[in-house]
Ligand binder design. Structure first.
Ligand SMILES: Cc1ncc(C[n+]2csc(CCOP(=O)(O)OP(=O)(O)O)c2C)c(N)n1
Ligand code: SF4
Length: 298
């Protein structure tokens, strides 16, 4: 893994401008503002597929994004970003290229080109804001939706567990992959800084509160993510070169009920707290195996 120096002075035109269409309490808003803080005066190129993130932009010729933004198809987002990064490098331009995508575009519809770009170690930063549904089209299930969650296509609760996207990215041996919590600001900022200063393919996965789809209160978004981290359903960790795992925030025994009872989506048949607790323990056993079997992080 090699790193490059980064500037930190704020840019007068924000990455996400006021007047955008994000719902109140949407994780995208906070995530984009914090990413902008780390970008400082540096301006990225954004590539966004057909998710809520591109609805946010609004109608041409206006835009809620203060940087050049390309709207891609789901299947092409990572390859589109690869093309932009390649041309920028040929022109000696030093703009980070950021793919900003939902879980539908990442876990499902865009997975083939995401995998291809990761395998080629393209010099792009791929960020998934994972709201665990297809939000933009009315809240259908995705392979990121947890078991037991009610969506418009799983009215009795989803029957399958959430796909382990971090394990998939680690299997590509990308230089840097990390999870982001909007309830842990310093950790979030540090990881965005690390990702931006790393060369090659970087993957960040942010659990993104979505009051509309989660049937939660907008003013509880950050506290929900704090509970998700505390109970262990969303582990906060990073992976270097696919095999050096570091846990950044240990789970602290927060009851799973503190997370699920504040969201009406957790009302399916399998959304039973003891079942969820067993899945969390299973997930942490796997993480701990990865920490002990990988090279130590220095
Ligand atoms: C190939 C393709 N399939 C389906 C759609 C319809 N579609 C538009 S947005 C969307 C859901 C996107 O979900 P996600 O990527 O998780 O982002 P979110 O809307 O939750 O922000 C779908 C299925 C599409 N535009 N293209
Ligand atoms: S539906 Fe969810 S992800 Fe989409 S803008 Fe609203 S809160 Fe954000």
């Amino acid at each position: 893994m090699t790193t490059q120096a980064m500037p930190m002075t704020a840019h007068p035109d924000p990455l996400l401008r006021p007047g955008n269409t994000n719902c109140a309490g949407c994780g995208m808003s906070l995530g984009l503002h914090w990413i902008d803080e780390i970008l400082g005066s540096e301006r990225p190129y954004l590539v966004i597929p057909a998710c809520c993130g591109i609805v946010t932009a609004g109608a041409y010729p206006t835009s809620a994004y203060g940087v050049p933004t390309a709207a891609a198809t789901f299947a092409s987002a990572a390859s589109y970003a690869t093309g932009i990064a390649t041309v920028a490098a040929l022109n000696n331009e030093h703009h980070p290229v950021i793919c900003w995508t939902g879980d539908g575009g990442t876990y499902d519809i865009g997975l083939a080109t995401l995998s291809a770009a990761a395998e080629r170690n393209e010099d792009i930063l791929y960020i998934c804001y994972d709201n665990e549904i297809y939000g933009n089209t009315g809240g259908q299930r995705s392979s990121a939706t947890p078991e037991g969650v009610v969506t418009t296509t799983t009215p009795r609760g989803k029957g399958e567990r959430k796909k382990n996207m971090m394990a998939i990215m680690a299997a590509h041996r990308v230089p840097y992959a990390a999870t982001l919590s909007v309830a842990h600001r310093e950790d979030f900022l540090r990881k965005v800084r690390t990702a931006l200063s790393t060369k090659g393919f970087r993957f960040l996965l942010m659990l993104s509160p979505c009051p509309t789809g989660w049937k939660s209160e907008p003013d509880q978004s950050v506290e929900l993510i704090r509970a998700a981290v505390g109970c262990g359903i969303f582990p906060v960790f990073e992976v270097f070169d696919g095999d050096r795992y570091v846990i950044n925030v240990p789970r602290d025994g927060t009851p799973i009920e503190d997370y699920v009872e504040k969201q009406r989506r957790y009302s399916g048949l399998a959304a039973d707290p003891s079942r969820l607790r067993a899945q969390i323990d299973d997930q942490w056993r796997m993480l701990e195996r990865m920490i002990h079997s990988g090279r130590p992080h220095v």
